[in-house]
Write a protein that binds this ligand. Structure first.
Ligand code: PLP
Length: 459
């Protein structure tokens, strides 16, 4: 395969992609397979001789699509979306063709500078004040890890980086149980330890209780522990919980602690001014992550971290050996110093294409439709005999259940085996509940109504 062949096969791939998307509604959303069904179809040893692309492509068409859960299916209501707008796909094709590695400004100035401008476009789009800069990570998990490593080092005056943690005081981090497990993971990886992630109780609105946060920090200080920071939740994964930003940030600041906000899913909705009261006070945070690869349409992977001041994070994560120096250009931003990996993909291109191809108005219209349709669907399900709405729509996410866990789980299995829609589950206050999130880029009101039809059939 050479570049002339690539030209022919990329056109074939583009046609395939078009037909794949056009036919998605005819496929079951979730792969209806048993484990091993795909791997059994592949030879157990790699090929010694080159194979013709005709054969490779034919195997792709035969083996791969039946083994996919179709994340771009308009009736994908599971987890959170991983939206890929057509404009984003085009940008990714170009980024693939360029295959640049943007670790330094000089390894591709366009990669760094378009990223800087996109961060600022997004800052404005979400209504964040001037002064926040930021970077693009692969995932919210990496952004949160970066923020927590920075909190750790700020609290230790950077002694952790040089001396390790063994002789340091016991570090403490605070979050509610509604925050995503990536906070737990980051706490473990950062050497803070799961036992030192203090889960603060929530009130009836599912916000962290600010007075409980204050009491926990005060008690830890009295015990000789070293509080390092607070992670707040803006749109939790389970049921869409929001911490009351202004009140919780005020408590953190009264103890001189930095705050990181996880808005991985809900951040995209903040392009609509009417939803911003949900994270009122967020401008007091030091770090905010949101995933345009979830709801906005700039496909996976693309996680944006806004930083009030990048200096502490760069001091924590940045290293500049001679082979990474940029002679005579010390003023440039080298984004590898803001993140965990050295190498960086050209992720900003899909943001540029997506924001321009749909405009903020086009993207807002989608988010608003999703929120409206989710509310309508919850209202319709509430009318069905035996169905109760357990958590009401938080933006476009709600949960429902039947009279007991076993019945709810059996209903979910029937729905997903049927394949017309795909829903997932969570546990809320001990009960097994079915989650519905509406957010797929191409879904219509009819697609959302299909959930009610399927639930009604299987009740
Ligand atoms: N935070 C929240 C609220 C999430 O919902 C998720 C994933 O769904 C994450 C963090 C982790 O995201 P990522 O896959 O980008 O690491």
């Amino acid at each position: 395969m050479n570049h002339d062949d690539l030209r022919i096969w990329s056109k074939r791939a583009a046609d395939w992609a078009h037909d794949y998307h056009a036919g998605l509604r005819d496929r079951p959303v979730r792969a209806p397979l048993v484990p091993g069904a795909i791997s059994r179809q592949l030879p157990s040893v790699p090929p010694e001789a080159p194979e013709p692309m005709e054969a490779i492509f034919a195997d792709f068409e035969r083996i791969v699509p039946p083994g996919l859960t179709h994340w771009q299916h308009p009736r994908f209501f599971a987890y959170f979306p991983a939206n890929a707008s057509p404009a984003s796909m085009l940008a990714e094709q170009l980024a693939n063709a360029i295959a640049a590695q943007g670790m330094l400004w000089q390894t591709s100035p366009a990669v760094t500078e378009i990223e800087q401008v996109m961060i600022d476009w997004l800052r404005q789009s979400l209504g964040l004040p001037e002064g926040f800069t930021g970077t693009i990570h692969d995932s919210a998990t990496t952004a949160t890890l970066s923020a927590i490593l920075t909190m750790r080092e700020q609290a230790l005056d950077w002694a952790g980086l040089s001396d390790g943690l063994s002789s340091q005081p016991r570090l403490r981090l605070y979050a509610s149980a509604e925050t995503h497990s990536s906070v737990d993971k980051a706490t473990r990886i950062a050497g803070i330890g799961q036992a030192n992630l203090v889960k603060i109780s929530t009130d009836t609105s599912l916000s962290m209780r600010p007075e409980a946060l204050d009491a926990a920090i005060t008690a830890d200080l009295a015990a000789g522990f070293r509080p390092i920071g607070v992670v707040l939740c803006a749109g939790g994964t389970s049921v869409g919980a929001f911490d009351r930003m202004a009140d919780c940030i005020a408590v953190a600041k009264s103890h001189g602690l930095p705050v990181h906000v996880d808005a991985a899913w809900a951040g995209s909705a903040m392009i609509c001014p009417e939803f911003r009261p949900l994270w009122d006070g967020v401008e007091g945070a030091d770090s905010i992550v949101f995933n345009p690869h979830k709801w906005l349409g700039a496909q996976f992977d693309c996680a944006v971290q806004f930083l009030r001041d990048p200096t502490p994070q760069v001091k924590t994560l940045g290293l500049r050996p001679t082979y990474l120096e940029t002679a005579g250009r010390e003023e440039v931003v080298n984004f590898n110093e803001w993140t965990v990996p050295l190498g960086r993909r050209f992720r900003a291109l899909k943001l540029w294409f997506t924001l321009r191809a749909y405009g903020l108005e086009g993207l807002r219209a989608r988010v608003r439709n999703h929120v409206t349709w989710a509310r309508e669907l919850a209202a319709a399900l509430a009318q069905l005999q035996g169905v109760s709405i357990v958590t009401h729509p938080s933006l476009s996410l709600f949960t429902f259940a039947l009279h007991d866990d076993a019945a709810t789980e059996a209903l979910l299995t029937r729905i997903n085996d049927d394949g017309r829609v795909y829903l997932t589950q969570t546990r809320h206050q001990g009960a097994y509940v079915i989650r519905v999130q509406v957010g797929q880029f191409d879904c219509t009101q009819d697609d959302v109504s299909m959930v009610e039809q399927v639930v009604r059939e299987f009740l």
